[in-house]
Design a protein. Sequence first.
Length: 193
Amino acid sequence: MASTLIIEDGTGVAGADSFVTLAECQQWSEDFYGHQLTGNDAVKDAALRRSAAWLSTYLANASSIAGFSGKYKWKGERTFGRAQSLAWPRTDATDGEDNAIGVNEIPVEVKNAQHILARVEFQSPGILTPSITLGNAVQSEKVGPLSRSYFGAPSSASLSDQLASYRPEITAAIDTLKGLLEPDIAYPAALTV
């Protein structure tokens, strides 16, 4: 039995698991792609939950997907602290033009990014948090007389192909969010000397 989405409206809704409703996502999909997502509503809700979770927890760790270097974090602090389920709303946050974002506001950038990412997750469940199979990574290396062994080759290139096919959409979602992110100085980018 599918459970109903719990929408964060900026008031710190207990147990919130999405920034947008399914109806909003369907309308966005219609407006930008000319058609709504088809199929079971429970599957669509699950894609919305996964995309909100990714935005709230994995984004900083996956920022290299869009060509960022180093780690990034959301500007400001969670309005309701650790009791808050999702990354937004936030206090002391500004957008890319340095406009203040209200302490009870879910920025349109976050909602639009969730629409994009939910669509990607609906089309390929789990694509935002894929399981990676080591392929050509070095397993062991011997210096004299030179020997090197690798982990077994991946069973297929399908994951790599899938990631590549969704890269433009994932990048578009992250680009939408760039004004709401700042470098995380706890994890600086690698320095090149």
